[in-house]
Design a binder for this molecule. Sequence first.
Ligand code: ADP
Ligand code: MG
Length: 729
Amino acid sequence: MANLRFGAVEEAFKKRPLEVKTPTERPEHFYGKYVFNRARMYKYLPVDVYQKLIDVIDNGTRLDRSIADAVAQGMKKWAEEHGATHYTHWFQPLTEGTAEKHDAFVEHDGKGGMIEEFSGKLLVQQEPDASSFPNGGIRNTFEARGYSAWDPTSPVFIIEDTLCIPTIFISYTGEALDYKAPLLKSLHAVNVTATKVCQYFYQDVKQVHTNLGWEQEYFLVDEDLYFARPDLMLTGRTLMGHDSAKNQQMDDHYFGTIPERVQAFMKDLEIQALELGIPCKTRHNEVAPGQFELAPIFEECNLAVDHNMLLMSLMKKVAHKHRFRVLLHEKPFAGVNGSGKHNNWSLSTDNGILLHAAGKTFNDNLRFVVFIVETLMAVYKHNGLLKASVMSATNDHRLGANEAPPAIISSFLGRQISDLLEHIEKSDKENIFNLSGKTGLRMDIPEIPELLIDNTDRNRTSPFAFTGNRFEFRAVGSEANCASAMIVLNTAMAEALQNFSERVDTLVAKGEDQTSAIIDVLREDIKTCKPIHFDGNGYSESWKEEAKRRGLDCESNCPKCFDRYLDEDAIKMFESMNVMKRNELEARNEVKWETYTKKIQIEARVMGDLAMNHIIPVATHYQSQLAKNVQNMVNIFGDVEGKQLSERNIKIIREIAERTNIIEAGVEELVNARKQANKIESQREKAIAYHDTIAPKMEEIRYQIDKLELVVSDELWTLPKYRELLFIR
Ligand code: ADP
Ligand code: MG
């Protein structure tokens, strides 16, 4: 029997790093080479068109359709100079990936020939027949029209021969069918309510932007080994595989020397990412063997989300070129760390004030405390929803496992901020006032700003940690679209800030001094949001108990977590902030449940196939070899002595028989459980059935398979083992 595994291992060993030429230019010269950025807009567009477009981008004014033709002309000219022949509306459907349909610039010229054309109409709006994208029932197939509409705030870019135009994707009747449309609305909502709050402190603030700096974790696996693992190919994770004797115990991979082939991949990836305007900055080995991380400098949230989507597809392409496969799955390997995407999030004003950073004056620090506390209010009020925003069948393996943020949302603040909040809450208001009045500068805890800059007080177990001038949302899954989490966080923040300013205004209308009113409301909120603040160990058992007592959302059943989107509080929040309507939320939940079911369904099928076609045949083959050996021994030594000498083999023969029986029965139960679940009409109930009956059954089968891997001869085992997948590169 030719063993694919050994062929793959041999091929993998032979591979050498590809040579990646360092560009002769410095990054500043090739950064954004394939992006239609402001400098290029200025160069390729008439001045008045340029100014109108910038006004749309900077101030959110409505796009004047009359400039669309001129913009399209300019874009096309620039794109053609880079050899582009096609264009596409590039959007982010609810499948987690990106979608594109390429059209050539060519049109009939009316004289039997062709001309290359790109009109404003085609730039601004298109109607992809998109009936097969998930829509949760919003768009019936007979009304299959979905519109993609240009998002001018994210610049167009070129990939190979195609001009890519970032767009939103909505139904004929205006409901969002993607991530970008609600994201843009949530960003607008924060902008409005945060600007209002800012104006208590700084009259000249006109806009507030949301920043996002994501850190992307991923695994690399040699391509030949990947192809010898049907589970990796079809589900993105290993459904079986015993721990490697050595994995991450020694902590020798984290921040270690980057392996050469990987280094070449990273270099190639970074050059191409920089050319696409993604400001890559950091790269390093992560905790698990074979795991790495890439982080750019933070950017405006909408752009950062686009860049993350773009980077994920670029990673796949570049990995392939280096004969690797990139695994973005949150938990490709059991027993070692999984991958996440830390979302560093903060707000800043159009005149450059970082609202989550402390300042030097009393005014700055009061503003700082307001934004910290209102963030906590947002996270507290919607903690279950925030968790739902990052939950998925794949991230489910990571959340709550003792390595990643627990499946309970809480926020870490660190010593100094905790003390500061306690101080504001406990001391009487006159005191805070007098003190600040006296010094004129500081809010009674003079060392705060200085200490914060050097914030080393880190808690890796917190899902939502304050890290000096931003919050870091660490529960986001590595393959997720960051927008899902950002939509909820931004909308919740917008609501909290609106609520805050309404209460302040009411007090002011009653004649209270504004600063005094702000402190009053703050003190109230500091008390209210206390349950969300937790600086301790998020992995501990005692925290689970404590969190329950505090009334935080402790649901860990993924399909049930999605219910939070349909709580009245959540619907009210999304509707009042103009981000999503009830029917959109309902439709999206249908998609979430359906996606959950399908993922587990595919895994269960692959597991059944592998168990029956790889594992049981190999194990029984080995068992026959052993049986033959026992028979030989009996022939030589006679029945009693022969069996005595074959004790170990007989034990293994029995073990194989027992385990394969359990596996076979398990696979049958798995099939039956699926048949039962598939009969269920409701998407929600079906997903719950998959969660409750099918997922655990797979774990049971896996356990038996992993035990077999330990006893069956290595020579016969067909699936590349963990040590090979994780260490050969
Ligand atoms: P870590 O130590 O957690 O790995 P890094 O210092 O590498 O964090 O930064 C992680 C990300 O946070 C980067 O994308 C960085 O640009 C981003 N970041 C830094 N400051 C802010 C901020 N104020 N708001 C949002 N993101 C930020
Ligand atoms: Mg981080």
